[in-house]
Each structure stands twice: as C-alpha cells, then as structure tokens.
Design a protein around this ligand. Sequence first.
Ligand SMILES: *Cc1c(COP(=O)(O)O)cnc(C)c1O
Length: 366
Amino acid sequence: MSAIKFGPLTPHDFSSPEPLPRSAKQRVKSLLESGRLFRYQQVEDVATLEQQFSKYIGSRFAVACNSGGCSIFLALLALGVKPGDSVLTCSHTLAPVPGAIVHAGAKPIFVDTDPNTLSIDLDDLERKANASKSNVVVVSYMRGRVPDIDRMLSIADRCGLAIVEDCAHTLGATWTSATTTSNVPKHIGLFGSIGCWSLQTNKCINAGEGGLLSTDREDLAAYLTVATGSYGHFSLNGASPPDVFVEKLYPSMPNFSMRLNTIAAAIALPQLGQAITNKVKAWDRNMRILRSVLDSCQHTRIIGTDPRYAPAWSSVQFDLVGFDADMIKEYLKRAHEQGIPLAWFGGAWKGFTSTLRDWKFADGTG
Ligand SMILES: *Cc1c(COP(=O)(O)O)cnc(C)c1O
C-alpha cells in the first residue's frame, strides 16, 4: 500500500461540468420569455441543430430526439427490430444500451470485450452473429474505445448485420479506413446504418438531456422523422428527407413523442463545430500529460489505440498492474479524495458504472 502515492494535487472536482456558453444563456432567456418551447412552434433552434450537426458529422440526414437511450431505441425500430427479436450488443457499455433493446421488445445478446481494444470482440461478434438469428448489432463505443472498424464492417457484411453505432463517447473522433483510396478521416457514427448520440450532461455536448441520430439512408431518416413525433409537421425538421418520403410513412406508423425541446437545442447549438474541435484538442493535450505520468509508473498502463483512430479523449482508461482488489479499492478511495473520478470496470455497480451482472432485466448472455 505504501507504493501508492499521489503528487501534491489541489483537491478539485474533475467530474463537475463546465459552465455553458453565454450565448446559450441569452437564447434560453428569450425562449423562456416567449414561452415557445415546443420544437414545431419555435422551429429555428432544433431544426438548426439538426442541420448543423449533419453538416459537422458529414451525414446526409440528422434527427434530434429526447435522449441518447431513446435514439438507440428509435434506431432499432427504424431498422425493423420487432418484439421477440435478438439484438447483438457489447457487454461493456452503459445500462441504457441494453435498456433500449429491451424497450424495443427485443432480447440483448452480449458480445465479449476485447482486452486489447477495450471494445467489442470481433471474433465473438462473428461467432454470435452466426449462431443467432440477429441481424442488428448495437456497437457501443464505450469510453471512446473502438474496434478495428474496417474489420467490423467486413464481418457485418458477411453476416448480414446492420450496425447501430452508439457514439455517446466519440463525438469529435474519427477513423481513417485503410480501404479508402483518398485516406479521408470520417467521423465515428458514419460507418453503420445509424449513428446515435447523447446530449446528456456527462457527454461532449451538454444540453442536460437530448439525443441525435445521423444516417445517410432516406428510408431510415424518414422513419425517424415521423417516429420522434413530428405530428405531421415533418417539413419543419432541419435535416430530414423531402416531405414525399416522410408523408408516405406518416399514416402507417406510431408517433413515439420523443422530441427534443427548444431549450435543449439552444443550449447545444453553441457547443457544436469549432467548440468540439477545441475540446478535442484540449483533451489531447491532457492525454499527453496523463500518458507521460501513467506510463512512467510501473503499476499503470494505458491501453493503446489503432493508428487509424483519432480519439476524443473525454476519459482515460488504464490498467493497474499487479494490484489486487483491496489495493484497487484503496487507489480509488485516494483518487476520490483528490477529486479524481475513477471508475473500476471490475468493481461493483456505482453511480453510472454498472455491468452485465447488474442488468438482470436483460436476462441473457446469448
Ligand atoms: C450516456 C450514454 C448513453 C445514453 O444516453 P442518455 O442520453 O443518458 O440516454 C448510451 N450509451 C453510452 C455509452 C452512454 O455513455
């Protein structure tokens, strides 16, 4: 135990959110004064967010919704997941991911985690895709960790799997496919059928609550436009397909009323674009410092990333080498006393961290 020493850090709560941009405050004030908080009454805010988000990410379409968890639910329905179906997903993710699958009436099949990437184990994905009838996988890039995306795409192709990308931790991160001749980095979230994003306080964009969906497919975007709850006002969406595609679906599908409200959009808007780029740069600088500290200690090891991947380091993961459970608990306790929020993947459910063991509702390991 005597080997664990922290430097002279000033106690500081590293998990507390940053203040929000002043322009958001002004916009929210005027929205409150107008009372127009419904997105189809005060059209500009949510529609502009959808437009600017699709432009930033590089997707043809984007639809806003009320949360990241609901964005995954809506994505599954758009892809035709029916009650009783199986949906493949990562075993290392956050509870709303299996929650969204159960919300859609489906059953999660949990795929192992690859200790080398801390992301979905692609061999196990292929095995479980072949052994099940599932034709959808929700790949959750938990803590910004991604698998070999090129290989994931070829497996999905071989197994006939549609991919939903849970990008709650990867906003601002890109992957450059070895196969693209032009070698252009693409935003994470553009590789599957639908990308899902969260605007909850603990994410890159903090709007309190909220979600975004991105896709290049007209049929999926039309579905999402109606399903989020557009009451026939779909022409007022910001980055949806032409009305003719949406109108066709309108009478035949439910309105789930999972809209984003104008206040959340007004708060999110100034955090887009350059603000993300700045954040990613700052995280990169922090990561370089942390890496030099953690790598110089024989007990800590940061797991590396693929050279094709440009991460957005909103959090850092490291191994504690040669520590037993008691030592890890002591390490967490001391870090906590310094205001450093550490979570232990192997530990007990606490706050936001839970694991497969805790998701009794999901009932099954495939
Ligand atoms: C936050 C989060 C979600 C869900 O987002 P909510 O907006 O809280 O519903 C999904 N997946 C991961 C990995 C997350 O961190």
